[in-house]
Design a protein around this ligand. Structure first.
Ligand code: HEC
Ligand code: HEC
Length: 335
């Protein structure tokens, strides 16, 4: 630890000792809350990559959580991150497109933030490199928080609680550097995998899935269904960008917005399918309402587009197979 960090910590500890009769206990708590901790990772998921300049501590996660839920981040203090990423909706919302400041709407469907720690890049088009930088995205966005990071810092500095919390978590006064890191630190803690499917796979609980779900699983992982080619691994995504044949003409150019390559038009990041039952509507623009609609889309093979993945083909599934596939997707919902 650098010496100025020690100095400030010592100062904090002394202040606490002077102001508190149970000094020893308080001192132990402060030290505990500043210790580097590990994120809790369930069986079946690897430990996520964490930037060395933003290792998690209890203080950092607590500060990030408070900021995530605080409308102080928006121009008129009406919208917070949690307005569109709702905890009881697996940190997504159930709107086609989310609503920001002044009731403005964007063009893309809000993704769940559960397991966002594993995303190699952010947004449907992958146009943002990491969680720390992503925080500035919705702040600058006219349709979301519509504010200015420097003005947020001014507000945080005048706040009754935040200055001390920043000092404890990052040993600094409120700054853009620290508040983006705190929020990222909190978001990384949203790691979860405890669905019935996990019980079946990780604990070998054979009765965790119904016969229909088991048939759906087989189909999902078969050449007949093709799903697993893109939705693979513990999070059911290979994080690649694909065109799955939704439109002949895309209003949103997707990955091409970032690369400027015509061959990337209509390609979007393959989304995780964990908790997909709870995060309707679907696709980058929220254009499909139900999982049945999604399965019907894949069954039809989608529409023609020069960039459509060659493995998006008419499937000719029976209605029982379609139900099985939907039931399997629903077994991926966390408890
Ligand atoms: C008005 C609604 C709204 C608000 C407010 C909002 N978001 Fe989002 N968020 C979205 C939408 C929509 C997307 C998808 C955008 C895209 O792909 O271009 C998104 C994407 C993300 C992603 C990328 C996830 C992924 O899988 O690629 C992260 C992380 C995220 N938001 C975190 C936050 C944080 C942190 C805040 C607060 C600082 C916030 N969001 C505020 C709607 C919102
Ligand atoms: C070629 C790769 C590919 C294949 C094969 C594929 N998907 Fe997808 N899937 C995607 C992409 C890319 C998206 C997002 C597309 C968009 O938003 O425009 C997506 C979106 C979804 C969604 C919506 C998730 C959400 O949060 O909006 C579901 C559900 C889904 N796929 C299920 C399946 C099933 C079931 C199969 C097999 C029948 C399948 N996928 C086959 C690439 C693929």
């Amino acid at each position: 630890m650098q010496s100025y960090t020690k100095g400030i910590l010592l100062f904090l500890l002394c202040m606490t000792l002077l102001s508190c009769k149970k000094g020893d206990e308080e001192m132990a708590t402060i030290a505990d809350n500043n210790a580097i901790i590990s994120y809790t990772v369930p069986k079946g998921l690897l430990y996520p990559e964490v930037p060395v300049d933003n290792l998690p501590t209890k203080n950092r996660i607590e500060l990030g959580k408070m900021l995530f839920f605080d409308p102080i981040l928006s121009r008129d203090s009406s919208v917070s991150c949690s307005s569109c990423h709702l905890p009881d909706k697996f940190f997504a919302d159930n709107l086609i497109v989310s609503v920001g400041v002044d009731g403005r709407t964007g063009t893309r469907n809000a993704p769940s933030l559960i397991n966002v720690a594993y995303q190699p890049n952010m947004f449907w088009d992958g146009g943002n490199p990491n969680l720390e930088q992503q925080v500035l995205g919705p702040i600058d966005n006219h349709d979301e928080l519509d504010f200015d990071a420097n003005l947020i810092v001014e507000k945080l500095k005048k706040h009754t609680k935040y200055p001390l919390l920043f000092l404890k978590a990052y040993n600094t006064e409120p700054s853009v550097f620290a508040f983006t890191r705190a929020i990222a630190c909190y978001e990384r803690s949203l790691i979860q995998a405890n669905s019935r499917y996990d019980d079946y796979i990780q604990n070998g609980n054979k009765s965790a899935l119904t016969d229909s779900e088991l048939r759906g699983e087989t189909l999902f992982f078969s050449e007949e269904g093709e799903c697993f080619h893109c939705h693979q691994g513990a999070l059911f995504t290979d994080f690649s960008f694909r065109n799955n044949g939704l439109y002949e003409q895309y209003a949103d150019s997707g990955r091409a917005r970032i690369t400027q390559n015509l061959s990337d038009i209509g390609k979007f990041k393959v989304p995780t399918l964990r908790n997909v039952e709870m995060t309707a509507p679907y696709m980058h623009d929220g254009s499909l309402n139900t999982l049945e609609d999604v399965v019907n889309h894949y069954n039809s093979g989608g529409v023609a587009h020069p960039n459509k993945s060659p493995i998006i083909l008419r499937l000719n599934l029976s209605s029982e197979q379609k139900t099985d596939l939907v039931n399997f997707l629903k077994s991926l919902t966390d408890k």
